[in-house]
Design a protein around this ligand. Structure first.
Ligand code: ATR
Length: 280
């Protein structure tokens, strides 16, 4: 069996579910803008089908793929070549090829650092409150560590998971907050980052109480598919706030650059996302 790459080798985003991903729109627009004949597809791959997918990549000589739920962690034991960030997070969102071999990268981390870039000094000087203790929050903590932002308050619905992260990041001055401390504003931070999944669905509550939001604070939500109530409540109080769109596009751009060895056409990628969101 041999694929004739008349239209360029295919790339994929794999996951389950994978129907709602923006990635094919972003990457196909980027390939088009750069005049490359690759095509990028969403492929439903179940938990037990990862090895089969890797075989497919090899057969098609695919330049790579993106990974989403439930494959970000399990891919780490299937592909041995990974950089130190993937080793540290034990999670990857990108497969790419170097010298013929498949390798892993975590470009979410790069995307997160681009998202917080305008406020890094503020985070460094005045501290940050991070909500969540899942995979996304773990990537945020490594991002803070790399940016030398050490003063971190961490809250999670399940406090035990926050305490586990505290042990995992001894370099950070990480203080775990319980619900009462969060509600009473017993933290010293000027930037609040939502790394939970709360807000993905419309009308989900804001986890940080209104009474503790100050007008000199910045609210950053990793959720990008809509303006969340979290973002709205910061804006309403006169604070700066943003969703996760910049992170989405910059992680995509970084993956694209690993696949193509070219600078990503980020303008075209932002335009693709803008078009999708205006249709929601
Ligand atoms: P991801 O990889 O996107 O981080 P995850 O690892 O499943 O996904 O983590 C989801 C995060 O959202 C967790 O911090 C979770 O809190 P728990 O650890 O207590 O489960 C948080 N989360 C999900 N639903 C929540 C809710 N209704 N209220 C508060 N936090 C919630």
């Amino acid at each position: 069996m041999k694929l004739i790459h008349k239209y360029g080798a295919p790339l994929f985003v794999i996951g389950s579910p994978v129907e709602h991903t923006f990635s094919p729109y972003i990457h196909n627009r980027a390939f088009e803008a750069a005049g490359l004949e690759h095509r990028y597809f969403a492929l439903q791959v179940e938990k037990g089908e990862l090895e089969q997918f890797i075989d497919l990549c090899e057969q098609l000589q695919s330049p790579g793929a993106n990974l989403t739920l439930p494959h970000k962690e399990t891919i780490c034991s299937a592909i041995p070549n990974k950089n130190s960030e993937v080793e540290r997070l034990q999670a990857a969102n990108t497969i790419y090829r170097r010298h013929g071999e498949l390798r892993l990268a975590n470009t979410d981390l790069f995307g997160f650092r681009r998202l917080i870039e305008p406020w890094v000094e503020k985070i460094r000087d005045e501290g940050v409150l991070l909500l969540g203790a899942g995979g996304a929050a773990r990537a945020c903590l490594l991002g803070f560590e790399q940016e030398n932002c050490k003063k971190i308050f961490l809250w999670n619905r399940t406090t035990r998971k926050a305490l586990e992260l505290q042990e995992e990041f001894p370099e950070l001055q990480l203080e775990v907050l319980d619900q009462k401390q969060l509600n009473n504003g017993e933290f010293s931070a000027s930037v609040v980052v939502n790394a939970t999944s709360v807000g993905l669905k419309a009308d989900e509550p804001v986890l940080v109480p209104k009474a503790v939001i100050r007008s000199d604070m910045v609210g950053i939500d990793l959720i990008y598919n809509r303006e969340t109530r979290f973002v709205k409540s910061f804006k309403r109080l006169g604070s700066e706030a943003t969703g996760g769109l910049d992170m989405l596009v910059h992680q995509a751009a970084r993956s694209w650059e690993l696949w193509t060895d070219q600078q990503a056409p980020t303008k075209a990628m932002f335009a693709a996302v803008g078009g999708l969101l205006s249709g929601i």
